[in-house]
Write a protein that binds this ligand. Structure first.
Ligand SMILES: NC(=O)c1ccc[n+]([C@@H]2O[C@H](COP(=O)([O-])OP(=O)(O)OC[C@H]3O[C@@H](n4cnc5c(N)ncnc54)[C@H](OP(=O)(O)O)[C@@H]3O)[C@@H](O)[C@H]2O)c1
Length: 347
């Protein structure tokens, strides 16, 4: 009889940022018994978390890893194989912390949206980080559900059977009540229309971050040189009924979330057309990709992939691939085909 259990290589991980996503990641590794992963350190900037046991902090049992202030303290005793970086959405804001992490000589997997395709916002800093990564023999990759999968990797893979393509349409719609609180906040849930517009202008809230990165990654994969990428300002989604999540009740007439459109243009024509909608009370949830070409390709996942669980899974599943990858600042399109990793057969 053939053995069906492959002996798993064990990887040591250290957390850099133990917010909502970091905590969900830790809980998943501990409670889903991902026994091919061992958490050996954790770092956060929040004074209230420093000194706490990671397991206790996330409401699980004691794990024996204390949350530290500095990465050097967290990796002093055991050198990790990978750092799980979940502190921010912005590349320029995280550049110096990423540089410091890369200099520790440990591979980095991040949930930073702009890092998923950093060349789109700052080519110079991207090239600098790429050089630092290569010098320290470190691979750096940002992933997640979006950017990282549904609006870039998935459409990229779906173009594979096409001989020619004239347009790509990508749509994602979700009920934000099913997402973590920081996400509901950043799409403006509960604000008035004026407060929403002011918060977007002052950058107090961002709406979704990642359409520029997803469109850039898709165009680059196809070898399309776009004349322009237009990212429209997020618009408030307002319903004429009361809706609620576990965190907030939004009365009719107030903002339930946001919608955003973005386009890739060649000679004034929209050849890439994206729409992202996330709001509390959305009745239909879906991810949809329609490729106009030869042959036509249409894909719809209904419901959409849950962004929080999806992001945790992408970060965990990419661990073996980023450890195997060559050094440098990488993007999802540079690595081997993504897949779930080390999934146990349930019988
Ligand atoms: N690509 C995707 O699909 C995807 C999906 C989900 C999330 N994300 C992104 O992932 C990031 C994390 O999400 P989240 O919901 O977990 O956010 P969060 O709850 O705000 O967590 C961030 C954590 O990192 C800490 N932190 C900030 N700067 C730090 C530093 N320099 N050193 C150490 N710790 C630091 C924060 O502490 P303080 O609270 O004290 O600042 C907080 O505990 C966000 O930017 C989010 O947008 C991306």
């Amino acid at each position: 009889m053939q053995a069906c259990q492959v002996k798993l290589q064990k990887f040591k991980v250290v957390f850099f940022g133990v917010g909502v996503i970091g905590s969900m990641l830790a809980k998943t590794i501990m409670e889903e018994k991902k026994d091919w992963l061992e958490i050996v350190g954790a770092v956060d900037i929040d004074e209230k978390k420093i000194g706490l046991d990671l397991g206790k902090m996330i409401g699980s049992s004691r794990y024996g890893v204390t949350i530290q202030k500095e990465i050097e303290e967290a990796i002093r005793q055991t050198k990790a194989d990978v750092i799980l970086h979940t502190t921010s959405s912005y590349f320029e804001k995280t550049f110096f912390e990423l540089k410091r992490l890369a200099e520790s000589g440990i591979d980095i997997l991040s949930s930073c949206e702009e890092l998923s395709y950093p060349y789109a916002t700052n080519r110079k800093l991207s090239e600098e980080l790429d050089l630092i990564a290569k010098k320290n023999e470190v691979s750096i990759l940002a992933t997640g559900i979006n950017p990282g999968f549904v609006m870039d990797v998935l459409p990229i893979v779906l173009t594979s059977p096409c001989i020619s393509i004239s347009k790509i349409n990508v749509r994602r719609q979700m009920n934000a009540a099913n997402r973590r609180i920081p996400f509901q906040k950043k799409i403006g849930a509960g604000l008035s229309e004026q407060e929403f517009k002011a918060a977007i202008r002052s950058k107090t809230i961002s709406g979704h971050v990642g359409l520029l990165q997803s469109i850039s990654m898709l165009a680059n994969s196809l070898g399309w040189s776009l004349d322009d990428i237009q990212i429209e300002e997020p618009e408030p989604m307002i319903l004429n009924k009361d809706v609620k999540s576990d965190w907030i009740r939004v009365p009719a007439g107030k903002v339930t979330g946001s919608k955003q459109n973005a386009y890739g243009l060649v000679r004034g024509k929209k050849i890439i057309d994206y729409e992202f909608r996330a709001y509390i009370g959305a009745e239909e949830e879906f991810d949809q990709v329609d490729i106009e070409g030869i042959p036509k390709v249409s894909f719809k996942s209904n419901p959409c992939v849950n962004g929080d669980y999806g992001t945790i899974a992408m970060l965990i599943n990419m661990i073996p691939k980023v450890i195997d990858a060559p050094p440098g600042l990488l993007t999802m399109k540079d690595l081997e085909l993504p897949s779930a990793a080390n999934i146990k057969i349930p019988f």
